[in-house]
Design a protein around this ligand. Sequence first.
Ligand code: ZN
Ligand code: ZN
Length: 416
Amino acid sequence: MSETASVSRNFSQNLDLLAEVAVKVGLGLQPGQELVMTASLDSLALARRITEHAYRAGASLVTTLYTDDQATLARYRFASSESFDHAAKWLYDGMGEAFKSGSARLAISGTDPALLANEDPDKVSRANRAASKAYRPALELITRHAINWTIVASATPAWAAAMFPSDDPETALAKLWQAIFSTTRIDMADPVAAWKAHDAGLQKRAAMLNEKRYSWLHYKGPGTDFRLGMADDHLWLGGGTTAGNGIYCIPNMPTEEVFSAPHKDRAEGVITASKPLSHQGTMIEGIQVRFEAGRIVEARASRGQEVLQKLIDTDEGARRLGEVALVPHSSPISASGLTFLNTLFDENAASHIALGQAYSSCVREGDKMTPEELAAHGANDSLIHVDWMIGSAELDIDGITATGAAEPLMRKGEWA
Ligand code: ZN
Ligand code: ZN
């Protein structure tokens, strides 16, 4: 098939194509629509190309909010302790207003995975908590898919250095860009057609799981014997989605997962992470967790134990699960053999679960439910949503039907 043949283009052509695909396929940006974008200063080149393509697609206004890693570090160095309970609520409220008045949302991911590794975990967790709280009303419009949104990545020097520590900075950056272009299908002859075919494949997989309606999943692997119950009226989703504003978008680029909502009170047993977790500039490694009745009752990490403990202490929902996602071990991202130290990529390299907030779109008619109705269906509620990877070439998963029969769903990390 022509769309699967990879072709070689120069860097500038690839960057331009990534911007075009993000606007047309990822966002589905409509003529006359506003766009709110967030990016770090290190992602300036991609942000400018996206801005260009957004206007060419008819955007009425593109507003980009830039962040700066050095300014973030200056806060940790010089700000008073009280500063870390503070967030720019006015800014998040403004974003929420923009979403409510029909703006699309694009985030460029590409931060330094270890930016805050040497900072006080207490300050990091308080700052995250304050930001999550302030952003919550706006974020809810995103998790409810009220508007069209997407996330794409830009290579940045610090991220590249963390991923390729033995290469010189220029080589590391080039390698990371190449990895981004290939995992987002930008190196295909026709990336738009390749995305359409890929999206159709994910939709088909989700439809199969929705037909099966497993009530539990049973995970078995090294350090893992874990049973996870599904939310009542759960829905499996994958690939693109029609947002509440009627616009079709593909929220993550890349995306390889089919995902749904587990029941917040139904998780039993021990589960071991298969990859390190890079969370808001800190690294957590060697995670092993034990669940009882949906709740984490024991959490260990070989590195970053304190950060993990603070994370699950954020609120009651932070120690319960809000997402379950299945990704075959042979996905292009895991086939690359790279650990990206970035959730957008790593969560699409392996089956994963997420602590915290559930997507209401993963419950039938969930987008129209009140928080109480969602909770009654078992959908979890929290300030956080943190994915962690549990899939590997050694993981087996059974689907347990309503009558209690076990069916092989994944074997050695692949669809059975
Ligand atoms: Zn996921
Ligand atoms: Zn997630």
